[in-house]
Design a protein around this ligand. Structure first.
Ligand code: CP
Length: 311
């Protein structure tokens, strides 16, 4: 069992078989995580560096937990408080970490393409934990895995990704992943937050969120990324919430029950109301739980150390 790639830089480079291999491996690790001892010795001779140049709660903790559940040695690096502030380059920083006999790098960076750039300069496998507005591949894998758990085979399922599509690496990775699995994808939100050429990806844009909800089986709701918006793209957060925020009245008016997802962090009362985020239709915390098994699977498959799973 292995993947067709050395690094996980994006979903774009994976084929459908890779995605199914990650899912099958995650199924095994999910069983491990139900046991009283939630750990396997598979990577006890492997050291992994989590290198985060941008803030994170879920992804960082999830990777660290996944690595520890696989018995890897783990080091954590944050750009803040490091020698990056003294002018050290990305390649020098990573090569210094690798000189300490590190085998694999998990990296988040605010620059799109940073993990790709690094992969041209180092030998260790790299897992992209989110690069700028480009890709967040493990988020898309855990999202699709969570949808599959809830709805079965995703072929022909309709997924609406709603919110700030323009600045979202989650949106792009989800589009690639869902299409490779045969799902139909729509993006919805204000025209200023949807890239002009999104249709070239085979995705239908919709500017009326109620129509998107009526169309879909799953709504994956995204945060407004104010930190990446350098000029105003809508009037106020209050106006955004009024026209594009998902509330329980909207869900009640549908003739079906759709699945609600959100990659986090949530801005309650902006893109999603608490009565939706915390409802029985929401699988937001299932996504977080599945993230550990998915990341264990990706790390294991890229480690080049296949052993009996579930030892
Ligand atoms: N979903 C996600 O990437 O969350 P964090 O930014 O907290 O890691």
């Amino acid at each position: 069992m292995s993947l067709s790639v050395k690094h996980l830089l994006g979903i774009k480079e994976l084929n459908q078989q890779d995605i199914q291999t990650v899912f099958r491996t995650a199924d095994n690790f999910k069983q491990v995580l139900q046991r009283p001892i939630k750990k396997v010795p598979t990577l006890r001779d492997t050291t992994i560096a989590n290198i985060f140049f941008e803030n994170s709660t879920r992804t960082r903790i999830s990777f660290e937990l996944a690595e520890k559940r696989l018995s890897a040695d783990v080091i954590n690096f944050s750009a803040s408080g490091s020698s990056v502030s003294k002018g050290e380059t990305l390649i020098d920083t990573v090569n210094n970490i690798l000189a300490m006999k590190v085998d694999m790098v998990v990296m988040r960076h605010s620059a799109s393409g940073a993990p790709w750039f690094l992969s041209r300069h180092i030998d260790a496998s790299i897992i992209n934990a989110g690069d700028g507005t480009n890709e967040h591949p493990t988020q898309a894998l855990l999202d699709a895995y969570s949808m599959r758990e809830k709805l079965g085979n995703l072929k022909g399922k309709r997924v609406a990704i709603i919110g700030d599509i323009m600045h979202s690496r989650v949106a792009l990775s989800n589009i690639f992943c869902l299409q490779k699995l045969g799902a139909e994808v729509m993006v919805a939100g204000p025209p200023t937050l949807i890239p002009k050429h999104i249709e070239s990806l085979g995705v239908k844009p919709e500017y009326d969120v109620k129509k998107a909800l009526a169309w879909c089986d799953v709504a994956n709701v995204l945060r407004i990324q104010l930190e990446r918006q350098h000029k105003p793209l809508f009037s106020t957060l209050r106006e955004y919430a009024l026209y594009y925020g998902i509330n329980s009245d909207m869900l009640r008016s549908l003739e079906k029950e759709i699945v609600i997802m959100h990659p986090g962090p949530i801005n309650r009362g902006v893109e999603i109301n608490s009565d939706v985020a915390d409802s029985g239709q929401s699988i937001i915390l299932d996504q977080v739980q599945n993230g550990v098994a998915i990341r264990m699977a990706v790390i294991y498959l890229l480690s080049g150390k296949p052993t009996e799973l579930g030892e």
